[in-house]
Design a binder for this molecule. Structure first.
Ligand SMILES: Nc1nc2c(ncn2[C@@H]2O[C@H](COP(=O)(O)OP(=O)(O)OP(=O)(O)O)[C@@H](O)[C@H]2O)c(=O)[nH]1
Ligand SMILES: [Mg+2]
Length: 256
């Protein structure tokens, strides 16, 4: 499977419309036999929890690097993947800085997002305690077109480290209380559960998108049935009229 990848510099963010115009985010678009989905996913959480390392590993297959370089504002990366024989997903991953000083910009960064990876560092309890604040901010500022919250998966990163500061029970409780789709342990260092996390989130995102597409598809089907029924009725009246046994005129039948 060949995936297309690329990075867009955060300096381009000043014109965030330029990103939107090249991506019609959300529902699928048919190109030939393949349906293309364009999804914007957010990668959020405190500083130094491993968000950029995760994106670098997933998108560029980069070797793990233990040096820490904080993200300024936001960085984004794109990747295209074959989901099934008939579906392709084009992903935009928005890797946000965990620094407090950028929190006023999250409304702009979150716009049109359709899924979220919420990160914490399993070895630092303080990064777990701030998760409620991140989730609240997310739910306040972005929704699916239906008004539902965007699917959010909790990433418990750095599971390679010996000292765990948070128990599984606490993580479970957080997920049920805050309506997350679930949580998954990852280690960017050991390349553990990286693409599995994305796949888990995308499965939920696709479910949501298909739910949203359903009423539109139903309406289209009903409209087509209605049109073909009308054609049948019109044909019937035309036949009756030309046989001279119907009181309705040909014009009237055509209007139907
Ligand atoms: N042991 C271990 N270290 C990790 C793992 N993932 C990331 N790190 C290290 O954690 C540090 C922070 O990683 P980043 O990916 O830059 O963190 P970030 O969340 O993007 O931080 P900000 O951009 O400041 O918000 C780096 O030194 C990484 O090498 C992991 O799975 N295990
Ligand atoms: Mg970063």
């Amino acid at each position: 499977m060949k995936n297309e990848v690329g990075r867009v510099s955060s300096t381009m963010l000043s014109s965030d419309e330029s990103v939107e115009s090249s991506f019609h985010l959300g529902g699928g678009v048919m190109s030939g036999q393949v349906k293309d989905y364009f999804f914007k996913l957010l990668v959020i959480g405190d500083v130094c929890v491993g968000k950029t390392s995760f994106v670098d590993r997933y998108v560029y297959n980069k070797e793990f690097d233990s040096t820490y370089k904080t993200t300024i504002g936001v960085d984004f990366a794109i990747k295209s993947l074959k989901w099934s024989e008939t579906e392709r997903i084009r992903l935009q991953l928005w890797d946000l800085s965990g620094q407090e000083r950028f929190s006023s910009l999250t409304r702009v960064y979150y716009r049109d997002a359709i899924g979220c990876l919420l990160f914490f560092d399993l070895s630092r309890a303080e990064t777990f305690r701030t998760l409620g604040k991140w989730k609240k901010d997310l739910d306040l500022k972005v929704h699916l077109p239906s008004g539902r919250v965007v699917p959010c998966l909790l990433i418990a990163n750095k599971c390679d480290l010996e000292d765990r500061a948070v128990s599984e029970e606490e993580i479970d409780a957080f997920c049920s209380k805050h309506g997350l789709i679930g949580w998954i342990e990852t280690s960017v260092k050991n390349d553990q559960n990286i693409s599995e996390s994305i796949r888990t989130l995308l499965t939920s995102v696709l479910e949501e998108v298909k739910k949203e597409e359903e009423p539109l598809e139903r309406e289209k089907r009903q409209r087509n049935t209605y049109i073909s029924l009308n054609k049948e009725i019109a044909k019937h009246y035309r036949e009756q009229t030309s046989a001279g046994c119907c009181s309705l005129g040909g014009d009237k039948a055509e209007i139907l």
